[in-house]
Design a binder for this molecule. Sequence first.
Ligand code: G3P
Ligand code: CA
Length: 283
Amino acid sequence: TPLEQQLKDLESFQVIAHRGASGHAPESTMAAYELAHEWGVDYLELDVQLTSDGELVIFHDDAIDRTSDGEGKINDYTLEELMALDTGTWFNEANAEKADAAFEGAQILTLEALFERFGHDARYYIETKSPQLNPGLEEALVETLEKHEMIENGRVLVQSFEQDSLLKVRELNKRVPLIQLVWYSPSEEDNDRLVEWTGVTPGPAEITDEDFQAIAEYAVGIGTNVTYNGEDVINASFIRQAQENGLPVHVYTINETDEMKRLQDWGVNGLFTDYADRLLDIL
Ligand code: G3P
Ligand code: CA
């Protein structure tokens, strides 16, 4: 079945376009996804959140200030209000050498619009972002995935840092393949948050097969960082151990070619990148 094929594909190397081709076009806009799709990436990565009137929009930050001409929390606005924003001009201002007049006035993108554009001709790697700020997010997401027949057709992975959010998705539809995101840092505070979210003991020295098995009970893979402030926080044996426990490993967010090659040598199963073009070039 297409779903079985998707799970099989996870064993090989996946190119994941982080927020679309966000190194070249404003993140999470149609322009960014069009470009990544043209390149033929394996997955379009996106974060979903809810508007005040319950619509699913593709947006990373909790606040709209950085990537639009508005300000405040995204959940405080209706879809209509958000549609009036310009989510492209900030990119031109921040990246003079990549600026393109076509990006000006880019509208915020709904999940519906993305699915209507690419349908089953793409795969989508969808993060339930800030689930505690977006109550009802999982219900709205699963409903939209079912409406567009994304799950059985092997078109979607749902990722989250929050285990509860993934378990909620599973409760709504047990066929959705889930990816547990984890975060390693030398900071005790961050690691405490990791424990709270995933129930996993942090650190490559301490993580056990049982920790990985606990994730493998509900997830088909993990997404992790590798470096923190330029220093490695996990190693190749962590990757191998996860894989031996049935969990393919995707690493976020890798933009430099040398680092892409290094992680490929470690045997990771895929990379999230703002520059999928660079990754495709070396594969
Ligand atoms: O979803 C993987 C990676 O995107 C997590 O970080 O902050 O870019 O959503 P973030
Ligand atoms: Ca994300």
